[in-house]
Design a protein around this ligand. Sequence first.
Ligand SMILES: [Zn+2]
Length: 363
Amino acid sequence: MGTLLPCRMGFSPCGTSGVMMRGQHGPKPILHLLVLLMAGQVGLAKESAPWLGVHLGVSSNRQATALTDVVGSLAELGINAIVAEINYGFEYESHPELRGRDPITKEQAGKLAAECRKHRIRLIPQFQCLGHQSWSRNTAPLLTKYPQFDETPGLYPENKEIYCRSWCPLHPEVNPIVFGLMDELIGAFQADALHVGLDEVFLIGEDACSRCKGKDKAELFARAVNDYHKHLVGERRVEMLMWGDRLIDSSVLKFGKWEGSENGTARAVDLIPKDIILCDWHYELRPAYESVPMFLEKGFRVWPASWKKPDAAKAFVDYSLAQRGNPRMLGHLNTTWGAVQVKDLAKFEPLLIAAGSFKPRQP
Ligand SMILES: [Zn+2]
């Protein structure tokens, strides 16, 4: 199950500037930093604190309410970042036809953001881009409402014989819609970062797509990443996070076709900006997690991510701790993927392992 479920699902916990101040990334105006300091949004004492995060799907108002209720208990554990995968679960106004069932209201998004701010937790919404546009027989709203955006239009009825549908990275009408949704999430969740997913994209550069047929898959993947980066970092001035699996060459690092890439996308790692935060997910017990130093050496910030197996989580945490000399190794992100109910999040064993291991040292 672990390998069949998606991986999916930064800034120093108290702000980008914590990282920026160590000088690894593009400089932000000093004035901006001063404003943040004056607003109390940046704690200098915490600038080197590890990023201790939890990732979960939050696709309904009910789930957003449940998450809001446990923010305080997560903060008590030392959690300082929450990646909330929203996807279509928000009451979008730019494209109301893409709302899922019981979408998160603006009001609830604001309450969650306020609760996170109160507890100094960075709230990072996620919108899953490109891949994972279907799950089992269910196709997500974008390709249901706009089937012409599908990378394999008309193929695979009921999604049989495929893992998940993808949208076409070259269809000229997709990004304007998706960017509108991203902007709404950034606004409603008062976010300074967005996670764009991008894991487990298996359908890319397909012969069924007249635009992509025959094109290099790494370049197509990088094109998508760069498009999102241009919008988010270049125009919206927020940070961008993504899953790292498509950037790992499984013929070099033996991770298999899920947590690494066997479909020709891996060279994209050298075609995208280094200020993207790579969430490097690995859920199985291994003697080494070589993608972490690989990404670090290339200049990326890396946020290692585990899931539900306590021994695997501990091994990955321990391996990551050994990389802690590199300040771009950010900390740890615990994914959940339904393995724990939201109300029990603060008791999730792998989360306790990570929180206990990375707990900021007492001054
Ligand atoms: Zn295409």
